[in-house]
Design a binder for this molecule. Structure first.
Ligand code: G1P
Ligand code: ZN
Length: 541
């Protein structure tokens, strides 16, 4: 019954990542997806026998095909049950929730997050463990080693299952259960937030616009926002997940969600605007006439979280990734709770959440979440904002202004230089590292460097150390620039430059104006133009 298929290793999975993200054409090569899935299953050893595996994805091109392959392979590898979202759909936070609620050993999440989809675009597979979060390094290292030595993969002879019909079927002796993609997640959200208060606000005329970007959150947002909370039909835009996201880039930032931004800046804008990415873990928050940076959103959500039932008892701690602005730290200080600064990537938050050390986490890249799952969660952030707005009766702009008046304002921007030749990007970082020790005391564009280092993190839960997590340059007076290379791109290198300036009293200035000297200093310090040949970033967020 179990079929053994001979294969050869491929060598190009990035070590240290919890998954594999490549062009669709690469994934379509014979044995390619199979090699990775088998490498994951082999890394789990005998532990998987008799266990449950969750499978779901963001609906992008190749989603259904890879799910069918993975189901047959799971049967051959000894799993007792696969739980799969209807139509192959599970948003990343919903998958995290299903893994936790079902007591599954783990899950395969099929997505390339906010990267475009379609035959010429990106696809990805990642493995999440039983806490619902991305696999830790111990597991990803084992997976990576397996991809280099794999010689066979296992499957069973069985037809494709009908992914669209709810219920149970058997594949090679294993049970496959097709579940409603939305129900469990919507119930979880309803348990965290004051839906009645939000509903009352909607009945009182509160309006919003949600752009699902033709990606996975469409069905979730339609069920929760329109059906349960009573927002008008049409509140959810681009609500049908499409294999190519309608040809758009499902990244909820000011470039790719420009239509939403323009709507929110118009005189007749709704009260609240939001968007989520390909797999539903990121969020964009815009009030009428007021964009909220993700770093500010984290701080404002943390400061007001007590207005939502799930967080009424207070927060245990707040965690942010290092490049995220320090706005959240000020909230933690005021609340008298710990603030954690972790390397980029959600997996570092997982340990803090599991240990009960932090309740709310966030990244400047529009990921925000809490201990309700072990992934960042786009709709969760939207609902917490809605809960706060409904409970406080304030506008988004009002929340922001009150927050800055209390804590001061962290002006913030990220500049991305995309598709840089890898050698040139590596040379820029190497040059920076080489001169780190000489930077303190030097002046660039009128700013004097106070400290400069290559961020290293010791995880307080297991003392593991992660080095080389980004170059931080702190200027006298509290401004900062951070340089790091993206770990998620699929072609060339992306240089990310994170710019931040704190002001206690200038609360109503324009961000570019406030950051101008830091931008100039960043170029002088790193030689961005000289190394990359670029005079302008490709994306400013
Ligand atoms: C990017 C973001 C990072 C996020 C990751 C996964 O990684 O910057 O915050 O955790 O995507 O969504 P990067 O490309 O910068 O390595
Ligand atoms: Zn994502």
């Amino acid at each position: 019954m179990i079929k053994t298929v001979a294969t050869e290793p491929y060598l190009d999975q990035k070590p240290g990542t919890s998954g594999l993200r490549k062009k669709v054409r690469v994934f379509q090569q014979p044995h390619y997806a199979e090699n990775f899935v088998q490498s994951v299953f082999d890394a789990l050893g005998d532990e998987k026998t008799g266990q449950t595996l969750v499978i779901g994805g963001d609906g992008r091109f190749l989603n259904r095909e890879v799910i069918q392959v993975a189901i047959r392979m799971a049967a051959a590898n000894g799993f007792a049950r696969v739980v799969v979202g209807q139509g192959g759909i599970l948003s990343t936070p919903a998958a995290s929730n299903v893994i936790r609620q079902r007591g599954a050993l783990g899950g395969l999440v099929l997505s390339a997050s906010h990267n475009p989809g379609g035959p010429d675009e990106d696809f990805g597979i990642k493995y999440n463990i039983s806490n619902g979060g991305p696999a830790p390094e111990k597991v990803t290292d084992a997976i990576h080693a397996n991809t280099k030595s794999i010689s066979r993969w296992l499957t069973v002879e069985a037809d494709d299952i009908n992914l669209d019909t709810l219920g149970e079927v058997t594949v090679g002796g294993m049970t496959v259960e097709v579940i409603d993609s939305v129900a469990d997640y919507a119930a979880l959200m309803e348990s965290l937030f004051d839906f009645a208060a939000i509903k009352r606000a909607v009945e009182g005329g509160f309006t919003m616009s949600f752009d699902a970007m033709s990606a996975v959150t469409g069905p979730y947002a339609t069920e929760i926002l329109e059906k349960r909370l009573g927002f008008a039909p049409g509140t959810v835009k681009n609500g049908t997940p499409l294999p190519d996201f309608g040809g758009h880039h499902p990244d909820p930032n000011l470039v790719h969600a420009k239509e939403l931004y323009d709507r929110m800046m118009a005189p007749d804008a709704p009260d609240f605007g939001a968007a989520s990415d390909g797999d539903g873990d990121r969020n964009l928050i815009i009030g009428r006439g007021r964009f909220i940076t993700p770093s500010d959103s984290l701080a404002m959500l943390a400061a007001n979280a007590h207005l939502a039932p799930a967080y009424a008892g207070g927060l245990k701690g707040i965690a942010r990734s290092m490049p995220t602005s320090a706005a959240a730290d000020r909230v933690a200080e005021k609340l008298g709770i710990p603030a954690y600064e972790t390397p980029t990537g959600w997996k570092f938050f997982g340990n803090l959440l599991d240990a009960g050390m932090a309740t709310i986490c966030g990244e400047e890249s529009a990921g925000t979440g809490s201990d309700h799952v072990r992934e960042k969660d786009g709709l969760w952030a939207v609902l917490l904002w809605l809960n706060i707005l409904a409970a406080s009766g304030k506008s988004v702009d009002g929340i922001a202004r009150d927050h800055w008046a209390t804590y001061g304002r962290n002006y913030y921007a990220r500049h991305d230089y995309e598709g840089v030749e890898s050698e040139r990007a590596d040379a820029l970082m190497a040059d920076l590292r080489a001169k780190l020790l000489t930077l303190p005391g030097e002046t660039f564009a009128g700013l004097t460097v106070e400290t400069a280092d290559d961020f290293a993190y010791t995880d307080p839960t297991d003392q593991s150390v992660s080095r080389n997590q980004g170059i931080r340059v702190l200027f006298q007076g509290g401004s900062r620039v951070v340089f790091r290379l993206s770990g998620t791109g699929t072609s060339g290198a992306t240089l990310r430059v994170y710019l931040e300036r704190y002001s206690a009293d200038q609360l109503d200035r324009e961000t570019p104006e406030m950051l101008a000297d830091i931008i100039a200093a960043a170029d002088e310090i790193a030689g961005i133009t000289q190394h990359t040949g670029r005079t302008e970033p490709d994306v400013v967020t």
